[in-house]
Design a protein around this ligand. Structure first.
Ligand code: SF4
Ligand code: SF4
Ligand code: SF4
Ligand code: FES
Length: 314
């Protein structure tokens, strides 16, 4: 593939044609802030935080969707860009709960990270914030719409796996826009399979892993990556350890060809966490506490093994 040569913040870089300006900048070690972009998902250009200036044009353009071209002269951090980014972040914080002190995402939240980086703080105001719609119906996911920034990553990642997922979608209009499961059902009543793909890509605390909740602050936890052995996909999980003891397992972003599933996550948890929480399975649209053998689909095998062991030796 032919290369294209451009300049970013005065530095020359050459990248294969088809590379975005965001990725070309990364080649130079320049991190452009991004809330809605993920390399393994279709481009949405929803948050506009990644805007850059292109020499010869007065229009600010989103670097996650802009392809690098020969001779481009890109600026990633001019005063004008910083002003725009600050106003986007301020707009997001103005409609966001001031909840970082107790939010399970604090320390990993991209909104929090960029707010700090650009010096933007929560403000007192009499206007509205996003209304609370907390869905606690699932033992695997906490969905808190008041923290959602509508980046759409969860919708795109859920949609990537065949029909049995494709659960999440945008609903409503304007300020009332929300992410809903199926026809605005709870996660329990919807066809959600608790794979936690959406949780693994959410940049803020709108979708979090319920089994990892309150197990420790991110800065107090050591993280060890494990690859699932249940099937050939080998999806990646993260074992969270506090004071050397494994306390929870979280899904890592799926990546191409790695679907993620509840069975793989729970198996990884059972194998690595000494005192795992009780598992649940969904039956007829209701979550029920169940034995590990049932949840992991091993009950029949166990019965057979017991039967075989009980037979007198010939
Ligand atoms: S989602 Fe991020 S910004 Fe919002 S309360 Fe949680 S840590 Fe703070
Ligand atoms: S857990 Fe999986 S199936 Fe359920 S909403 Fe998230 S991505 Fe979709
Ligand atoms: S729930 Fe998270 S991933 Fe989904 S749109 Fe909201 S902020 Fe983005
Ligand atoms: S990261 Fe480019 S528009 Fe959101």
């Amino acid at each position: 593939m032919a290369n294209v040569a451009l300049r970013i913040d005065g530095r020359a870089v050459s990248v294969p044609s088809g590379t975005t300006v965001m990725d070309a900048a990364r080649e130079l070690g320049i991190e452009i802030p991004a809330l809605c972009h993920d390399k393994s998902l279709p481009v949405a250009s929803a948050c506009r935080l990644c805007i850059v200036e292109v020499g010869g044009s007065s229009k600010l353009q989103t670097s996650c969707s802009l392809l690098a071209r020969d001779g481009m002269d890109i600026r990633t951090g001019t005063d004008r860009i910083v002003r725009y980014r600050r106003s986007i972040l301020q707009f997001l914080l103005d409609s966001h709960p001031n909840d970082c002190l107790t939010c399970d995402k604090a320390g990993e939240c991209l909104l929090q990270k960029y707010a700090w980086q650009y010096g933007v703080a929560f403000r007192e105001h009499d206007g509205v914030r996003r209304p609370e719609h907390v869905d606690l119906s699932s033992p695997y996911i906490v969905k808190d719409d008041s923290k959602c920034i509508l980046c759409g990553k969860c919708v795109r990642v859920c949609y990537q796996v065949e029909e049995e997922r494709q659960v999440l979608a945008f609903a409503g209009r304007g300020y009332g826009t929300r992410i809903v499961a199926d026809d605005d059902l709870t996660l329990e009543a919807s066809k959600c399979v608790s794979c936690n793909r959406c949780v693994s890509v959410c940049p803020v605390g709108a979708l979090t892993d319920r089994r990892a909740a309150r197990k420790g602050r991110t800065w107090d936890l050591a993280k060890e990556v494990k690859h699932c052995r249940v099937c050939d996909y080998g999806c990646s999980f993260e074992v969270l350890k506090k004071n050397g003891k494994a306390v929870a397992v979280r899904a890592l972003p799926p990546g191409p060809g790695r679907p993620l599933c509840l069975k793989g996550r729970l198996t990884t948890e059972l194998l690595n966490v000494p005192e795992p929480d009780a598992p649940y399975r969904k039956l007829g649209g209701k979550f029920q506490k169940a034995s590990w053998a049932k949840v992991l689909g091993l009950q029949k095998l166990l019965d057979k093994l017991n039967e075989a062991d009980a037979k007198p030796e010939k």
